[in-house]
Design a protein. Structure first.
Length: 280
């Protein structure tokens, strides 16, 4: 019987998860396996996720806008999903029950370690631009990795404060946009988790000079691969990491759970996805 896995979202046609997972299925010779897209409207999404087996699937990835819905629908979660109250990976356990997991933070950290091997989370405070879902996953992962302080820069202070309280971050501060320069002082990492810099969006425009030259700069946006923020940071002498690797690395734990093989994120896979992006 074919082991089928899907990515659930609305819309979902843009998802590159099938490209990634089907590449690994072929590369590792996983027999009787298939990964497809499943467009699921918001209404009734929770029921669709609960009924994956009856739809013919052994697991799923979950993308926007269903990550919180998946968390609410599922009765079992790993510790990360429980903390974030969001699910991006659904796995069928040995007893047939479904468990919701979240690998977004794992993918972020794995990307930094892959592309900037000398980076250390404990090198200094981490500055996060934005306070949305991605910021939540990244803030939690950075604290777990040993960042001494998390600094959230966001237009709305209340949302950033809610993120800190909800995650129970032990050492975190909120900075309004007007105090971005203050947030950058002494930092070891700058992360953009907003859509600024994405194709068709305005750029991150604040002055980077208060940021220590030793600080790593990264962006979760990967279209374009080098955002304006990364270009300016690179030109100023900072080590930079693009956002594509986060997408690739977050897929690793799910593939291993579904098919029993731990795949590698290779340059071949990066180029495959970049070619797909260029062709769109």
């Amino acid at each position: 019987m074919t082991r089928r896995v899907c990515v659930i979202g609305w819309p979902v046609a843009h998802s590159r998860s099938p490209l990634i997972h089907n590449h690994w299925i072929a590369e590792y010779g996983v027999e009787d396996a298939e990964y497809v897209r499943l467009a699921v409207e918001p209404e009734g999404a929770g029921d669709k996720i609960l009924n994956l087996a009856s739809l013919g699937f052994i697991g799923a990835n979950v993308t926007v806008p269903h990550k919180e819905v998946a968390f609410a629908a599922l009765g079992r979660h790993d510790a990360v999903a429980r903390r974030l109250k969001a699910v991006n990976t659904v796995v069928t356990l040995a007893d047939g029950s479904l468990e919701g997991r979240n690998t977004d933070g794992y993918g972020f950290i794995a990307n930094l370690k892959d592309r900037a091997p000398s980076w250390r989370a404990d090198a200094g405070p981490a500055v996060i631009l934005g306070a949305g879902g991605a910021a939540r996953a990244i803030a939690a992962a950075l604290e777990d990795e040993g960042a001494p302080e998390i600094r959230i820069v966001n237009r709305t202070a209340g949302r950033a404060e809610a993120l800190i309280a909800d995650l129970g971050l032990k050492s975190a501060k909120v900075f309004p946009l007007a105090q971005t320069a203050m947030a950058l002082e002494g930092a070891g990492l700058l992360v953009n988790t907003t859509t600024l810099g994405m194709k068709g969006e305005s750029e991150v425009s604040f002055d980077l000079s208060p940021l220590p030259k030793s600080a790593l700069v990264t962006d979760i946006v990967y279209t374009p691969l080098e955002t304006g923020l990364l270009r300016r940071a690179r030109e100023a002498g900072h080590e930079v990491v693009d956002g594509l690797g986060m997408l690739l690395h977050q897929a690793v734990p799910g593939f291993e759970a579904w098919f029993g093989v731990r795949p590698e994120v290779t340059e071949e896979l990066r180029q495959l996805v970049l070619a797909d992006i260029a062709g769109k």
